[in-house]
Each structure stands twice: as structure tokens, then as C-alpha cells.
Design a protein around this ligand. Structure first.
Ligand code: UDP
Length: 241
């Protein structure tokens, strides 16, 4: 079931339901994609032409941020829970390992995807890595061909938002992969290059604050979280939400 949060139709699912829905996409046509927008991305839809259409065309739209969950509550149609892209990716990787399906890792700085591949293979024995490529390429064509040749069932696309969403919508079917998942900085975390917030911060809904302390240059971007919530409250008060 879809839940509209400020123009983006989210799937109202638990983590387990999201992973099951993701695994089911493996039986469908090639080129379906999964997006994991946080409040910053939903807010960016206001001035990024075509972004909301691309998000709403995704096979699965998962709320990767506590801000989106708060907004859904403000609007009176609460989402079940935050479904962090990286947790969804981990769940899907486990499914791939069980089913003998293969994964291509695309994105991050040179060397990071290789490191992420090694760590993922350790964590999910049996996981087949079809290929890796960093996220700093000039032309899409050769990368698309490389993925198609690799025969990957799934591609983790980690180019940052909204670049990765546009990339998946434009190139998904040509890769031949069943599913592409837009995952921002997740390869850095899988590789151990950057760290996730400890559980207690996540449980308190303060993952964003932990990240801000680790990466203070994000301050300007994070200012969009309160702006997004004010925008939501405004819409609710005007009966537009
Ligand atoms: N990145 C990339 N190619 C680019 C720009 C960014 O591969 O042209 C990578 C970058 O190295 C990082 C990720 O995309 O690994 C973006 O991480 P960030 O945490 O900023 O993503 P977010 O989830 O916040 O969008």
C-alpha cells in the first residue's frame, strides 16, 4: 500500500516486508529500481524537475529517514517504520546469497566498491559479486555494457542522490539486471570507510545528529530537515497534505 508524503508515494512496509518485496522483484522484468528517499530528497523534488516522477515510478519507495516518518505522522497517515536503505540492502544481499544470485556494486571512490565486495562476501557466504566499478565515470554507455556483460541480477547504485535516481531510471533496463537499488553512501559503510551511528543513536531517531557530528560539512544539507518538516506542517494546516 502506498502512502503519500509531500508528493512522494512511499511503500508502507516493515523492513521484513520490504526485503520480501525486493526479493519478489527478482522474478519480474529487468530494469526495475528501488529508491530510498530521505526528507532531503523529498524536499529537493520542489526544485528538481522530473525527480518526483522518477521516485514515483520506482518499484519500491522506502522511507530512509526519520524525517519522512515524522512527516507521515504529521499528515495523519503514519508509515510503519523507517526502512534504512543500507538495512534493506543487507537483507537483499542475504537473499541473493541464499538464492545464488549475483550482485554488481557501482559507486563511491576508486577502491571502495572492491573493499565493500570483500566484506559483503565475508558477511554473506555464497554471495556472488558479478562486478564492481567506482562512481566517477564520464560516460554511462561503457558502464551499462559492463553490467550487462556481468549478468548481474542486482545492482547497488551508490552515486549520491539525486544522481543515482536519474541514472537508474535512464539506464536500468539496458543493464539487464532485474533490480537496481539507489543507496547513496552505503558502499562506504559496507567497505568500512565510513561508520554508521551506534544503535542507541538510531533507536533515538538521532542518526542524522551522529552523522552531522562525524561530517560537519553536511550542516547546510541537513538544514533541509527542519525546512521539510515546516513545509509539511504548512501543507497540513492548509489542508493540502
Ligand atoms: N559518489 C559517486 N559519484 C559521484 C558523486 C558521489 O560515486 O559522482 C559517491 C560518493 O563517493 C559517496 C556517495 O556517492 O560514496 C554519496 O554519499 P552520500 O553519503 O553523500 O550520499 P547520500 O546518501 O547522502 O545521498
Amino acid at each position: 500500500m502506498k502512502t503519500d508524503v509531500m508528493g512522494v508515494a512511499f511503500d508502507n512496509v516493515t523492513m521484513e516486508e520490504a526485503v520480501a518485496a525486493g526479493a519478489a522483484l527478482l522474478e519480474g522484468p529487468a530494469g526495475q529500481y528501488v529508491v530510498t528517499p530521505n526528507s532531503e530528497i523529498v524536499y529537493a523534488c520542489r526544485d528538481t524537475g522530473g525527480l518526483s516522477e522518477i521516485l514515483n515510478r520506482a518499484a519500491l519507495v522506502l522511507p530512509d529517514g526519520i524525517g519522512v516518518v515524522y512527516a507521515s505522522r504529521i499528515l495523519g497517515r503514519p508509515l510503519k517504520q523507517k526502512v534504512a536503505g543500507i538495512d534493506f540492502a543487507a537483507g537483499l544481499a542475504a537473499e541473493l546469497a541464499r538464492g545464488g544470485r549475483s550482485l554488481f556494486l557501482l559507486g563511491a571512490k576508486p577502491g571502495v566498491a572492491e573493499q565493500a565486495a570483500e566484506r559483503l562476501k565475508e558477511t554473506y557466504p555464497g554471495l556472488v559479486i558479478a562486478g564492481v566499478h567506482d562512481g566517477y565515470f564520464k560516460e554511462d554507455g561503457p558502464i551499462v555494457a559492463e553490467i550487462a556483460q556481468s549478468g548481474a541480477d542486482v545492482v547497488f547504485v551508490c552515486l549520491g542522490a539525486p544522481k543515482q535516481e536519474f541514472w537508474m531510471a535512464a539506464n536500468g533496463p539496458a543493464t539487464g539486471a532485474k533490480i537496481l537499488v539507489g543507496l547513496g553512501g552505503s558502499l562506504d559503510v559496507f567497505a568500512g570507510v565510513s561508520e554508521r551511528a551506534p544503535d542507541i543513536w538510531v533507536r533515538l531517531g538521532l542518526e542524522w545528529l551522529y552523522r552531522l557530528i562525524q561530517e560537519p560539512w553536511r550542516f547546510k544539507r541537513m538544514c533541509r530537515l527542519p525546512l521539510f518538516l515546516f513545509w509539511t506542517i504548512g501543507a497540513k494546516l492548509q489542508g493540502k497534505g
